[in-house]
Design a protein around this ligand. Sequence first.
Ligand code: PHE
Length: 350
Amino acid sequence: MIDEKCAILRERFDRELALIQDLQALEQLRINFLGRKGALQELMRMIPSVAPEERPRLGQQANELKNSWTQALESKQVELMSQGVVAALGQKRVFDVTLPGHPPALGHQHLITQVVDEIVGIFERMGFAAVEGPEIEEPFYNFDALNIPADHPSRESFDTFFVKKSASDTGTEPDAYLLRSHTSPMQVRYMQKHKPPFRIVVPGRVYRPDAVDASHCFQFHQIEGLVVEPDVTFADLKGLLAFFARGFFGSSTRIRFRPHFFPFTEPSAEMDVGCIFCRGLGCRVCGQKGWLEVLGSGVVHPHVFKAAGYSGKTRGIAFGLGIERIAMLKHGIDDIRCFFENDLRFLHQF
Ligand code: PHE
C-alpha cells in the first residue's frame, strides 16, 4: 500500500515537472509537493495510521522522495534561468560588456594657441612676463601715443576698423573706438601703469580691413615685445631675436636685419630668417630671395616714452610679429584661412 502510494506520487511529480515552462509554474509545483500542505506532508501525516513495523519504511521512502524532488526542482530551475538569458541575448537591447567601447573624441589646443605658448615660453626663458590688453582700443593708444599723429600719412598704412560711439555716451568717451590694428598700443598702456625696468610680451588678436585671401585676413594674431631697461641697445634686440629665431625655427637658423621704418621705433629694422624650405637657395615660398620676413622691431622712439609719461632718458627696444605668418612658415601651411575655417581634418594634424 505504501509502495504503491509512493510510486503514484513519484510518477505524478515527474509528469508535472516535464510540463513546466517557467519559474512561476516551477514554484507552484514545489509548493504542491514539498510545501506545508503539499503531497509530502500528507504522506508524513499517514505515519501514525500505519502499522508500527511499516513506519520506518514509510519514513525512509518519504525522505527519498523529498531529496529527489528537491534535486529535480533545483536542476529545472537552473535550466529555466539559462534559457531566459539565451532568450534575452537574442533581443537588441542586450550589450556585450566584453566588446571594446567607442572612445569619446578628445579636442586639443588650436595650432595658434600652441604657437603662442611656444613663443611666449621662449621669451619667458629670457625673463619676459606675458600680459594682455584690450582688443577694442582708443585711437590715442593705437596711433597718437605711438607717434602717429592724426594727419600723418603713416596712419593710412595702418588701415583700421572703427567702432561707433554708443548713443548713451555722456561726452566722456573718446570720439571713436577702434579694433586695434596691432598689439603695440599695449606698450603705452603698460608703461602708464608700471615703472621700468621690465620685459613684457603681449600676445593677442588684431584687426585690419583686408580682403581675405591665402595670406590675408581681417583678423589675425600678433605678439608684441617691449624691454625697458637702463642701458638696453639695438645689439640686445638682435641678441634676443636671434635667441628666439633659433629656439623657434631650429638652432642652425640664420637671421638678418634690414633697415625699415616704423613711426614708434628709431632706428627700425625688419628681421628675416634664412628660408627654412630651400635653406637659402631660393624657392617659391621666399620668392627666390632665400630669406623670409618674420617681424618688425626697433629702438623705442622718445615720443612714445613721452606719451607714456616716462623721462626723456628712458631706453627701450620693441618688436612685433605675426603669429599666423610664423606658424605657416614653420609648419608649411600655405593658406591662412586654414586657421579659422575649423576643418577638423586640418586641426587634427597639429
Ligand atoms: N606694430 C608693428 C606692426 O604691426 C610691428 C612692430 C612692433 C614694429 C614693435 C616695431 C616695434 O607692423
